[in-house]
Design a protein around this ligand. Structure first.
Ligand SMILES: [Zn+2]
Length: 398
């Protein structure tokens, strides 16, 4: 019995992943793709229709009609069959995103909070947001789990090890959430979640090796190999901001000097642009757009500042390309307006610095925008609950 239950569990997730990655498919196509018998697929689909997870498409909506003379009946995900709440705990802000079963963003919101809000109060606020969503008739009883991100080191068991920007350390955030949120909750590093979200929501892109970098107050990152996050031994891999690119420089939050993130972050941009070490919080939020607009207008100081950041980022990323040989590098974070203008110099520095013969990765901007961490957190919850993350399906078949 146990084996039968496990097989059904795996097959069901195979169906859900296939429909999410490929779109509507006929039962016959699903049986071929998943190496299952048509009878097994029919039984699975019937049960999943009853549970509201998939539904039949109108006639002819399947990708290919394989049965001559008979219109194909397609099966598609029922996007409203399940929802996942993603939460970004930021500095002075909580951002929320609700994802449906098709991993599409249904809604986003944010709540400004005092910077010093204690973690217990934040857990309660997340519970309040969930309660508000769960009271909506569209989502009632269908929100399955919650993903929460923090801008700091998180271990595999949801323990926040080091979060200097909020002054949290050795905090069992997962336990706090368990007390305040009546659903399974996952805790993740913000850049790791944003990276996973960038790949997971675009299954049409290759995912054999993607490096994600998030540029903002700090510089976070993650590597996704064959559709899976590279987590390392205890879950804290991907601290790319601490690649050493110099012997001297500002003291990093990790205690060292010369870390990439001390040269490529909002404070560095402020310093290059205005000559000041730090800018006010509201000013910092606007800063990337301000500098990008100045560069667009031909301001030489803005162009020099952006080129300088691009050169430093390129220097760090040379090491990442040499180590990982990525197919793609995705850049995200609040520095986006500036990042767009950094790409030509950044690309040139990387191309000139990597080992000869190493393939130059494609460079692109994350498509998720301001809520990328919250969306990413929700995709991780989605993946844990409903997915095999079998990205090979997408690569093999397209
Ligand atoms: Zn560092």
């Amino acid at each position: 019995m146990a084996d039968q239950t496990l097989a059904r569990y795996v097959n069901e997730r195979g169906v859900l992943t296939l429909l999410r990655v490929h779109g509507p498919s006929s039962r016959a196509d699903m049986a071929r793709q998943l190496s299952l018998t048509p009878a097994t697929v029919t039984r699975l689909v019937t049960e999943m229709i009853e549970r509201g997870l998939v539904r039949e498409e109108p006639r002819g909506a399947a990708r290919e009609g394989r049965e001559p003379g008979r219109p194909a009946v397609g099966v598609a995900l029922a996007p409203d069959g399940a929802y996942f709440l993603g939460v970004e705990i930021g500095v002075g802000v909580l951002r929320f995103a609700l994802l449906d079963l098709a991993a599409k963003v249904t809604l986003t919101s944010e709540r400004i909070i005092p910077r010093t809000t204690p973690p217990e109060a934040i857990a309660v606020m997340i519970g309040e947001e969930l309660a508000a969503r769960a009271a909506d008739p569209r989502f009632r009883g269908r929100i399955r789990s919650v993903g929460v991100t923090v801008p700091g080191l998180v271990t595999l068991d949801g323990y926040v090890v080091h979060l200097p920007i909020l002054g949290w350390k050795e905090l069992n955030l997962k336990a706090l959430l368990a007390a305040a949120v009546p659903l399974p909750a996952i805790v993740e590093n913000n850049a790791t979640a944003a990276a996973f979200g960038a790949v997971y929501t675009q299954p049409e892109l290759p995912s054999d090796c993607t490096i994600f970098l998030k540029l903002g107050t700090g510089l976070g990152g993650a590597a996704i190999i064959n559709g899976r996050l590279l987590r390392g031994g205890s879950g804290t891999a991907g601290e790319f901001g601490h690649v050493r690119i110099a012997d001297e420089g500002p003291r990093c939050s990790c205690g060292q000097v010369g870390c990439l993130e001390t040269f490529v972050n909002l404070a560095a941009l402020a310093s290059l642009w205005s000559g000041r070490d730090h800018s006010g919080e509201s000013e910092a939020t606007m800063l990337p757009a301000t500098v990008a607009a100045a560069a667009e207008a031909g301001n030489p100081g803005a162009v020099i500042a952006i080129d300088h950041l691009a050169e430093r980022l390129g220097r760090g990323v040379v090491s990442l390309v040499n180590i990982f040989n990525p197919t793609m590098i995705v850049l995200g974070g609040v520095m986006r307006p500036v990042i767009e203008r950094m790409i030509p110099v950044f690309e040139a520095v990387v191309a000139a610095g990597i080992v000869p013969g190493m393939r130059m990765p494609d460079i692109r901007l994350s498509a998720l925008g301001l809520h990328e961490c919250a969306i990413g957190a929700a995709t991780i919850a989605h993946h844990r609950a409903f997915d095999l993350s079998n990205f090979d399906l997408a690569v093999r078949d397209t």
